[in-house]
Structures are given as structure tokens and as C-alpha cells.
Design a protein around this ligand. Structure first.
Ligand code: NAI
Length: 253
């Protein structure tokens, strides 16, 4: 039973692991005895994690292939990929800047796919593995002003199911975590605005914003043997946000 949720000794690659959600996952896995390696574009923030790292921009085929080869050379194998790298830009759809659209699709869709399929090559050889993508509440529903990001996170849902179906026979499970509103550098400023904060606290059944640490339990579960018969799923960790809302109706208790 104790081993069911164990990630000790597993080689875990967190792409986009230099800060925010990725860094929190990387630190939690290191604390749980996993052999963790983080990657992202930015060497300074990678170094600051104090974990083994590889500099890698997910949008480049060669960089991604070199990153995965370096990890396998250094650690001998690859058990788990967390595909966390992601960017966002908010703008009205009718005038959404074309260059920003390209950036978002390049990182969030193409980049995550390149990283998944390259790590998948190693896992297919090894006949085991776990790929955990980071989707979003936008995978399940939409918010105004976030159309490009929303599309990209919809694609993460499709990618999760497509790879799960393709690799299930190789004993590889592919799932996604759909975080709700989690305070990180990506959005800290937004949540400092009292109007925004009141809106999210009223709308989330748990009545609070999430922290990166709120995602650790589901991350451990999806990386461990406990989830070996679960694949192709997008699992929300959002304080009930996508389940529904509370409302001002008063009912007898
Ligand atoms: P963050 O901005 O703090 O971290 C993003 C990470 O991705 C950083 O490590 C960054 O270096 C890396 N990255 C960006 N572009 C890259 C590229 N081209 N190549 C390699 N690495 C790259 O953001 P946060 O909030 O930690 O988000 C992490 C993931 O979680 C993203 O995919 C985001 O879309 C997703 N997410 C975040 C939510 C939130 O409320 N913070 C909610 C739902 C999903």
C-alpha cells in the first residue's frame, strides 16, 4: 500500500519547471525522493531552483531532442514527464495580435507536443511511463478575452486523449491536470486587483484562489502506480470552479 503512491527513485522531468507550478511540482517530487530534472528557456531561474537542469526552449525540435538525450544520458532513463511550459496573452479576439497568437500556439501546443512525443520515444522503448500535461479550466470552459490561450489549452485536452490512446499498449499513461486559478508570476498582478479577487472568491465553491501546492497531490497520484489504469483524463484541481457555482439562494438548514 505504501508503495502505491511512491515516486522515490523515479526520473522525473519537469519541462517549464523553473518557476510557478512547475517549480512547486519539481520541489515536491525531489522531497519525495524522485530524481528530478527541470528544464525551461531561462538558465538564471533554472539555476535558482537548485535542482539539476537543462536549458531548453520547447518550440525547437533539435533543442527538445537534445534536452531529452541529455536527461537519458545523465539519469539512464526517463519515467515521468510533466509538460508544464506555457504562456498567456489576454486580448480581444477580433484584434488579437498575430505574433502573440503564433507565440501561444508555438509554446502551448507545438512545444508541449514536441516534448511529449520526444519523451514518449524513450518511454515506448522502456515499455512504461507517465506523461502529465498541464491543461487549464480553459480546456473545459471559456472566459472572455483569453481566446488564443483557451484554444491552446483545448488542444492540450485533445493531445492528452490522442497520446493516451496511442501509447496505452506500451504501458504509458497520459493524463492532464486542469488547474483552476493558481497564484503564480504568470498572473500575480491580476489577482492583486480587489475586483478580480472578489470575483474569483465568490465564483469558486471553495471561495479561494489556489496555490501551486494545491496541485501536488494530484501530481503525485498521476506519476505513481496508483494511477496505472487511468489514462486520457483531464482532471480538474480547481476548488470546484468547473463543477458549478454557489448562488445567493437561502435554503433551510
Ligand atoms: P509561469 O509563467 O510561472 O511558468 C511558466 C513556465 O514555462 C516557466 O518555467 C517558463 O520558463 C516556461 N516556459 C515558457 N515558455 C517556454 C518555452 N518556450 N520553452 C520552455 N519553457 C518555457 O506560469 P505558471 O502559472 O506556473 O503556469 C505553468 C503552466 O500552468 C502553464 O502551462 C499555464 O498555462 C498553466 N496554468 C496555469 C494556471 C494559473 O492560474 N497559474 C491555471 C491553469 C493552467
Amino acid at each position: 500500500m505504501n508503495d502505491l503512491f511512491s515516486v522515490a527513485g523515479k526520473v522525473v522531468h519537469v519541462s517549464g519547471g523553473s518557476r510557478g507550478i512547475g517549480r512547486a511540482i519539481a520541489e515536491a517530487f525531489a522531497a519525495a525522493g524522485a530524481r528530478v530534472v527541470v528544464s525551461s528557456r531561462d538558465e538564471a531561474t533554472l539555476k535558482a531552483t537548485g535542482l539539476p537542469y537543462v536549458v531548453c526552449d520547447v518550440t525547437g525540435v533539435t533543442q527538445v531532442e537534445q534536452c531529452v538525450s541529455t536527461i537519458v544520458e545523465r539519469f539512464g532513463t526517463l519515467d515521468v514527464l510533466f509538460n508544464v511550459a506555457g504562456i498567456n496573452f489576454r486580448h480581444a479576439a477580433e484584434t488579437f495580435p498575430a505574433d502573440k497568437l503564433e507565440d501561444i500556439l508555438n509554446v502551448n501546443v507545438k512545444g508541449n507536443y514536441l516534448m511529449a512525443r520526444t519523451c514518449g520515444r524513450v518511454m515506448v522503448e522502456e515499455k512504461r511511463g507517465k506523461v502529465i500535461n498541464i491543461a487549464s479550466l480553459h480546456t473545459l470552459q471559456s472566459l472572455a478575452g483569453v481566446s488564443a490561450y483557451g484554444m491552446s489549452k483545448g488542444a492540450i485536452g485533445s493531445m492528452t486523449r490522442a497520446l493516451a490512446v496511442e501509447w496505452a499498449a506500451h504501458n504509458i499513461q497520459v493524463n492532464a491536470i486542469a488547474p483552476g486559478f493558481i497564484v503564480t508570476d504568470l498572473n500575480r498582478k491580476l489577482w492583486e486587483d480587489p475586483t478580480m479577487r472578489n470575483w474569483v472568491e465568490a465564483r469558486t465553491p471553495a471561495h479561494r484562489l489556489g496555490e501551486p501546492s494545491d496541485l501536488i497531490g494530484i501530481a503525485i497520484f498521476l506519476a505513481s502506480a496508483a494511477s496505472d489504469f487511468i489514462t486520457g483524463q483531464v482532471i480538474a484541481a480547481d476548488g470546484g470552479l468547473t463543477a458549478g457555482s454557489t448562488w445567493p439562494l437561502t435554503v433551510p438548514r
